[in-house]
Write a protein that binds this ligand. Sequence first.
Ligand SMILES: *Cc1c(COP(=O)(O)O)cnc(C)c1O
Length: 440
Amino acid sequence: MGHIIDTPLGQTLRAGKPTLWLNPEFKADKALQSSELSLTDIHQADQRLRRCAALLQQLFPELISSNGLIESELLSANNLQQLHYPDLSGKLMIKGDHALPVAGSIKARGGIHEVLCHAEQLALEHGIISSYDDNYLKLLSEDAQALFNRHEIAVSSTGNLGLSIGIISAALGFRSVVHMSVEAKQWKKQRLRDRGVTVVEHSDDYSAAVAAGRAASNADPVSYFVDDENSPRLFLGYAVAALRLQQQLIEQQIPVDAEHPLFVYIPCGVGGAPGGINFGLKQIFGAHVHCFFAEPVQAPCVLIGMQADDKQHPESVYQVGLRVDTEADGLAVSMASGWVCSVIENMLSGIFTVTDEELFRNLFRLCQSEGIEVEPSAAAGLSGPVWLTGTEPGKAYQQQQRLEPLMHNATHLLWTTGGLFVPAEEMQKFQQRGSQLSAR
Ligand SMILES: *Cc1c(COP(=O)(O)O)cnc(C)c1O
């Protein structure tokens, strides 16, 4: 294929028109294979987080009530459904990662998993612990602190990944450096500086901040770089959410099977968090789960990345004349992770795009109906059920997958991905903007 700009899809994207793209490579049943990763890897990531649960409880008292697990609730969204999706058959639900403790966003599971991987490895190499069965509270000892303080953990971030990595790294005693792109919110930078994290500001966009951060870290032998574009450790930490969701669905007696499809709508930036969840859900639910990502109309980098013949080398949104101009800072990414695009090539059902106006309307509706406050990025998924049930491409998908007779049994899951730490005055501005847009 040539450049995406020469295609009808490219023209739609360039015009900033919202769209639903269906993945032609989606394979309902064959989706379980990835050459690199498996369900076993997800279980290992889950085990690591469990080994570290007592440690995490020591570091973050807010985790005492969950026995050291970083998890969010699975919520019913009856009011939202009645008010704003009156024609939706099936059940509307919310996976509440907007309130995920410690990091305040979906980045918590992946980011904390990766830093724990590194800390565990260093601790084993230096004899702080002798095996996976050892007492992980030894990672809080003076010897461990001295060790970690000789090492640096670096990351590039539009904001939330930096919060996740910075908070856990600093808590464990590492030196921590977060490279931030221009989109990053001031309060996110301040929150990190307050914890002793070094914040490096870049005048470029996110992909440029990643490149600069990676180069600086690679030049320093005691620096470990968390690479948002190429990180199986991050991806597997995100994928653990699928195991946790499976458990919550069982507890709430919500079936997902050949008669009861599950539709999941997840906001997407570089692709890692939604990709990890997509991968995990496919390992668990196979053909019965359908994952759709949500991207801003000005930053549909994964939609563009999925068009490439060679998924490892995606084009950027600049190449279709877009400018990454969005209030959804968590999704403000110009170039997808090529690695993630290749892993989910056959697993992703589709991607829809959302205007900023729509994000703010969604954010306001969610607060009005359910009392749930989210950041703009986290409201992107709310447009999903309408795309799937009320548009031509959505109906085409139902038909292709023979879902029409099952829609009354469906669960539609909106994944709200961030918001816990948004300062009250910022949140008030978001709500006001959503209210004004809704009144029109
Ligand atoms: C990072 C983020 C996402 C998307 O994750 P990616 O790994 O960048 O695709 C979605 N929502 C919020 C709030 C985020 O911070």
